[in-house]
Design a protein around this ligand. Structure first.
Ligand SMILES: *[C@@H]1O[C@H](CO)[C@@H](O)[C@H](O)[C@H]1NC(C)=O
Ligand SMILES: *[C@@H]1O[C@H](CO)[C@@H](O)[C@H](O)[C@H]1NC(C)=O
Ligand SMILES: *[C@@H]1O[C@H](CO)[C@@H](O)[C@H](O)[C@H]1NC(C)=O
Ligand SMILES: *[C@@H]1O[C@H](CO)[C@@H](O)[C@H](O)[C@H]1NC(C)=O
Length: 206
């Protein structure tokens, strides 16, 4: 709490002035947010681009969420940077990271279903952890190719299946790749590995 002393006309004039500025700021901020769309606001209320918010909602739609891990992902909520597991750039509002490991939520039921084709609509994504969810023996989608900014990809124990080859070729910034514990994934060859010059951690154990 701030103590405000009233000792003369000059001070109360300053106070009135300060009040006026405060009022202007209070009214200006929503207007600024409306105009710029992203990035304005305090650290807890960064607004992500609408295309990325829609991509996240589509991602959720492709999943069965028995435990409500994604219950904070609400279509009416504009502030997708506040959604559980979503990290944004606090400068641009773009979604940078998705932390959706089942472990993280300490839940009994994993997310089940498929990896939505909307993921490439998160162009700045660098970190994707979907470990321990259940992708129902679907194939690692081709669309992973276009997530070319990914540095960290954890798909361990996700019940994925099928051949892995060129899907990972384009991820030239990838430092961490974990495919551990997917019994039905078939590593046809390791040619794609030569396209991952930054790789530091690799686990392909079935
Ligand atoms: C913005 O993000 C950087 C790292 O990306 C972090 O160090 C900084 O504390 C953040 N600023 C705010 C206001 O949250
Ligand atoms: C899993 O795949 C089967 C078909 O292979 C489908 O019938 C079922 O609905 C899928 N389950 C989920 C949770 O997506
Ligand atoms: C993997 O997916 C298959 C096909 O939907 C399902 O029958 C099986 O229960 C899943 N396995 C695990 C360990 O989640
Ligand atoms: C591969 O990454 C580049 C950017 O590095 C991107 O322009 C291109 O569309 C990606 N290719 C595929 C097949 O997604």
């Amino acid at each position: 709490m701030t103590m405000i002393m009233f000792s003369g006309g000059g001070n109360s004039l300053k106070l009135a002035h300060a009040f006026f500025i405060l009022l202007v700021l209070v009214h200006l901020r929503p207007a600024l947010e409306f105009i710029s769309g992203v990035g304005v606001g305090d650290a807890n209320n960064i607004r992500c681009p609408e295309t990325e918010r829609q991509a996240l909602l589509k991602f959720k739609k492709a999943l069965v969420d028995d435990n409500g891990q994604l219950s904070s992902w609400r279509s009416k909520d504009k502030y997708c940077c506040n959604w559980k597991g979503v990290h944004c750039s606090n400068q641009t509002g773009h979604v940078l990271e998705l932390h959706l490991s089942e472990n993280r939520f300490n839940a009994d039921q994993p997310l089940r279903g498929m990896i939505s084709p909307s993921l490439p609509e998160l162009p700045d994504l660098t970190f994707l952890d979907l470990s321990q969810n259940d992708f129902n023996q679907s194939n690692l989608p081709e669309l992973i190719r276009s997530l070319s900014n990914l540095k960290h990809l954890d798909l361990s124990r996700t019940n994925l299946s099928g051949p892995i080859s060129h899907q990972l070729e384009n991820l030239s910034h990838l430092q961490y790749l974990n495919l551990l514990g997917n019994r039905f994934i078939i590593i046809e060859n390791l040619e794609w590995l030569s396209h991952l010059p930054s790789i530091e951690y690799l686990d392909l154990l079935p």
